[in-house]
Write a new protein. Structure first.
Length: 119
């Protein structure tokens, strides 16, 4: 008997951004996480996914001793995306207020596209 597992799709983000190197303080948080080598992860993927998904653990995955990836529960990821969106919105509102205070005239989008060589 096979059990179907519902898979939730992560929130969509657009446009894609380049990853920002975390501050030194954040790196120390990664140092405290349990670690697993990528080769061990391949052999124990189901068990590790259960620990992360059901046990709400965060696990650092390393290759050749260097942590490349951190596996986090879906709830943590969704909170991160919400926080990132919230901070982006706050930053955009500050920029808009600053623009309004500057008194500059807006540039039509057609002019911007033309200057970029886009029709």
């Amino acid at each position: 008997m096979t059990t179907k597992i519902a898979v939730r799709k992560p929130a969509r983000r657009s446009p894609a951004r380049r990853p920002v190197r975390p501050a030194a303080k954040a790196l120390s948080a990664v140092a405290r996480l349990p670690k697993i080598e990528a080769t061990q992860l391949r052999a124990n993927l189901s068990r590790v996914v259960s620990r992360v998904g059901h046990g709400h653990e965060r696990i650092a995955v390393s290759r050749n001793g260097t942590v490349d990836v951190v596996m986090v529960p879906l709830e943590d990821f969704e909170r991160f995306v919400w926080l990132e969106d919230h901070l982006d919105g706050t930053e955009a509102m500050k920029a808009l207020e600053e623009f309004k205070r500057s008194g500059e005239k807006p540039v039509p989008s057609a002019d911007v596209l033309k200057s970029l060589g886009i029709k």
